[in-house]
Write a protein that binds this ligand. Sequence first.
Ligand SMILES: *Cc1c(COP(=O)(O)O)cnc(C)c1O
Length: 452
Amino acid sequence: MAKHHLTRRQFIAAASAGPLASVASKSIPAYGNMTNKTKKLAILGGEPVRKNKSWPQWPYWDEKVVDSVVKTTKSRVWCRIQSRTGTVPTFEKKYADLIGAKYCVAVGSGTQALHTCVEALGIGPGDEIITSPYTDPGTIASILSARALPVLADLDTESYQLDPDDVERRITEYTKAIMPVHMMGQPCHMERFMQIAKKHNLKVIEDAAQGHLSEYQGKKLGTIGDLGCFSFQSSKTIACGEGGAIVGDDEELMDKCYTVQNHGTSRRGRTEVAGPKYRMNEFEAAALLGQWPGIVERFKRRNENAAYLTMRLKDVPGIRPQKWYEGTTSGSYYLYATSYLKEHFNGVPRDTFLKAVAAEGVSLSPYIKNGLHREPWVEHILKQPVYTKMFSARRLREYREQVPCPRCDQVCEEMAMIWASGPLLGTKEDMDDVADAIIKVYENRDKLARVS
Ligand SMILES: *Cc1c(COP(=O)(O)O)cnc(C)c1O
């Protein structure tokens, strides 16, 4: 792995070279001998960089996946409680091994995994969990489903991750847990989150829905906090349509997770607590087991391509790849994300830049348009009896005042990313197309002034 990957220092150098390089040079050697300036942008009627080529499709399937699902169909074991050796229990063992956790409980989605953890930790009405506004709605849905209060903290603008300092500032007497989200598949600043949790006696639920196989200080994401959650929804880097998993080392707590997601019925067959029914079904696990042979290989391929892209983009002023925290042993790529800094592109708006790159045959996306702090749920829950009864008017007033997350807004405005699950499985030439399209647009940025 390591020999294919940039070291952290190279990566940080690459990530920070962009803005500095703008001062030193205006032409970019990485594009080879072609002089882009003489090449007309496709958005202005020129030849696109990439034509008539497709990207690797996602979700992945091959005959092994099909065989595995067919086998489950024919076995008539379609539900996990029909057999101890069915696909779901088998998947749980294999996934725990892959991630380096003692136990795994499979469920129906990443959102279900997170909600199960919140319930298993006994967190509910009157309690608060601090998490990120820059995430899938499932993250806060898991907290709202337990009728706990999601408190959103602001981001670090270069890593797109929760800012530990802002998390610490938002701790109240009601805070029970932190839910760090490993965005794009790269690790959060887990060392700080674990220190903060210890100091304030909080639980840590890792939302590693995007971070399968990513590693921090030598440990896989999901195994650092008290519990870790994954998603296998279609777009994720390991996918079965809808699916999720919880990992952990604490036998009693993981047993509780099993009980919660099994409508409160424990492995011993007694209905013991209140809980939803979130069991993963055997077809989902069959699809996951069928793709097992290539999982690690695909993960390495994405990492190699990402490192190559970062190397190609390092001299482009105004394109800043996602920052990694110290301690990141290996990333994982659900998205290859960069910040578009328009001041280096003659002030060309981000959306015009995205259109120009798209015309070159490379699709970059703004991803999440608005942080969750800007969604209507905030006003909705502030009127819900469970919140007005469990929290004082003063706490809810303060909560509303603390909703703004300006650094999250900035991240949403600057984001320019490429989906990684399929596209980053492409060839080196595919990656060259991505870099060449961006560089071509950079070099012709002065011609974009009147495009909108
Ligand atoms: C996808 C995702 C979820 C939710 O997972 P589902 O399986 O879609 O319910 C939660 N958090 C993050 C960061 C995600 O990307």
